[in-house]
Design a protein around this ligand. Structure first.
Ligand code: ADP
Ligand code: ZN
Length: 213
């Protein structure tokens, strides 16, 4: 099972991808988390990616595609995976397709998590993320059990630099220009599934399973 999560930044792709990954017992691969881990570890890749991310811009396709293809080549991806935050541009989607075709494989579903821009802005301003395990929370809507502490791993929660208000505006513009066209791309392939991203988090898994046939 190979699934792609589409949706604006802050749509809740990460939370939903984690649920699907658990349910199907497949790896949850977030390019944003990979970049953040590299930044934290001070790698060359991290240093290159950080400048783009902090401005709300996309990391260039060349860098992004390489790390993604390396990751999906790993052993634990043989039974499938869920991609969260990749592809984010048409060229990224085309490369992924070509690589899968070479292996006689394909993407099974692209799930688009639909959320209006005004809701996105509210969510991102309250979002807090765990630097250690990548889990995300919201101060009002998905609060951690203990303020400022990750439920999953106990590490400290922070507001990501790219969740700052001016950066959020850039990210939404970039989303509409570069990522939204992927909705038509996967619709054209007949594998697009749409879910509303404004329903209750507790119903999210059922909502997604209901559209996956
Ligand atoms: P969100 O979905 O909330 O924007 P992510 O954690 O998925 O957050 O991504 C954070 C940042 O990492 C993006 O704003 C972008 O700079 C970079 N990034 C992640 N995935 C990609 C990708 N597929 N292509 C280019 N840049 C990416
Ligand atoms: Zn954590």
């Amino acid at each position: 099972m190979k699934i792609i999560m589409l949706g604006a930044p802050g749509a809740g792709k990460g939370t939903r991808a984690a649920m699907i990954a658990d349910y199907f017992n497949i790896p949850h691969i977030s390019t944003g988390d990979i970049f953040r881990a590299n930044i934290k570890n001070g790698t060359q890749l991290g240093m290159e990616a950080k400048g783009f991310m902090d401005q709300g811009l996309l990391v260039p396709d060349e860098l992004t595609v390489k790390i993604l293809l390396d990751r999906v080549a790993a052993d634990d991806c043989r039974e499938g995976y869920i991609l969260d935050g990749f592809p984010r541009t048409i060229p990224q989607a085309e490369v992924l397709d070509q690589e899968l075709v070479k292996m006689g494989d394909k993407v099974d579903y692209a799930i688009d998590v639909d959320v209006p821009d005004d809701v996105i802005i509210d969510r991102m301003s309250g979002r807090r993320a765990c630097l250690k395990c990548g889990a995300t929370f919201h101060i009002a809507h998905v609060p951690p059990k203990q303020e400022g502490i990750c439920d999953k791993c106990g590490a400290e929660l922070i507001q990501r630099a790219d969740d700052a208000p001016e950066t959020v505006k850039n990210r939404l513009t970039v989303y509409h220009e570069q990522t939204q066209p992927l909705i038509d791309f996967y619709q054209g392939k007949g594998i697009l599934k749409q879910v509303s991203g404004t329903g209750a988090v507790k119903d999210a898994l059922q909502d997604m399973l209901a559209v996956l046939i």
